[in-house]
Design a protein around this ligand. Structure first.
Ligand code: DGL
Length: 273
């Protein structure tokens, strides 16, 4: 049996989860949303690291054989730390897709949108150093976008106005590649594409992350039976009923959602609200 643990601050990581399930239909998954703490983006990296450690420990205790950080912010804050803390478990992290954007650009100007914490991490600095030597990379944090997705306001006039005000400076600067550096943003894709028009390539890293997850499992010799139909569990530190309705709306799955709670030390997840 192959169990893939997946987590995010909220519903955003479902954009990664749905691609994992599409590519690896025989694997089981366990998705944890830390909605008690969403959004992660404006928080200090050390605080997000503490949350990520608690969730990773929980998923490993539940039997996860690989843990996917379906969250750029948590990856920026904690990926290296989690690998050092739990060396027996492989972690798949996320980084904004600067590399393909830099390869594909014709104008030489690419835009990256992500949370403030993602831009602060060493991971992003090293990405720029490795892949952005001959191109201009413009970064924008997008206040309010994560909250809009969490609230289910995916394609309202207010959300489109929020998207437009954030992307307009990038458009004026001549970007032709737009990297979605936060897993919540693919759920705003309709509004984003309406604002940027057809000439700008919008890069969503979900397929690449799912492929990497498959490679990691294969490298460990974890090959699920092709007769097994993947089973999927969901849990949140927020409101299970709300999360359940968002799972239905965003990825079309009817799921039971288990309640989780943080202990008073703030670093340990336990069952039950
Ligand atoms: N979806 C997350 C990310 O990819 C976190 C967003 C947030 O909680 O601020 O960065």
């Amino acid at each position: 049996m192959a169990l893939i643990g997946v987590f995010d601050s909220g519903v955003g990581g479902l954009s990664i989860w749905r691609e994992i399930v599409r590519q690896l239909p025989h694997c089981d998954t366990f998705y944890v949303a830390d909605q008690a703490h969403v959004p992660y983006g404006p928080r200090p990296l050390m605080e997000v690291r503490r949350f990520a450690e608690g969730i990773a420990r929980f998923l490993i205790d539940e039997g996860a054989q690989v843990v996917v950080l379906a969250c750029n912010t948590a990856s920026a804050a904690a990926l290296h730390y989690l690998r050092a803390t739990f060396p027996q478990i492989p972690f798949v992290g996320m980084e904004p897709a600067v590399k393909p954007a830099a390869q594909n650009t014709r104008t030489g100007v690419v835009g990256v949108i992500a949370t403030p914490a993602t831009f602060q991490g060493e991971l992003f600095a090293s990405l720029l150093e490795r892949f952005a030597n001959n191109v201009t990379v413009l970064t924008r944090a997008c206040p309010g976008w994560v909250e809009a997705v969490e609230a289910g306001a995916l394609d309202t006039p207010e959300t489109e106005a929020l998207v437009r005000s954030c992307l307009e400076p990038l458009l004026e600067a001549g970007i032709d590649e737009l990297v979605l550096g936060c897993t919540h943003y693919p759920f705003l894709r309709t509004a984003i594409e309406r604002v940027v028009g057809p000439d700008i390539e919008v890069i969503d890293p979900a397929p690449a992350v799912a492929r990497q997850t498959g490679r990691v499992l294969a490298a460990r010799g974890i090959v699920p039976s092709s007769r097994h139909v993947g089973r999927h569990r969901f849990a949140t530190t927020g409101d299970p009923a709300r999360f359940r309705s968002m799972v239905r709306r965003l990825v079309g799955v009817e799921a039971e959602v288990e309640p989780l709670a943080w202990t008073s030390e703030g670093c340990l997840l336990v069952r039950g609200a």
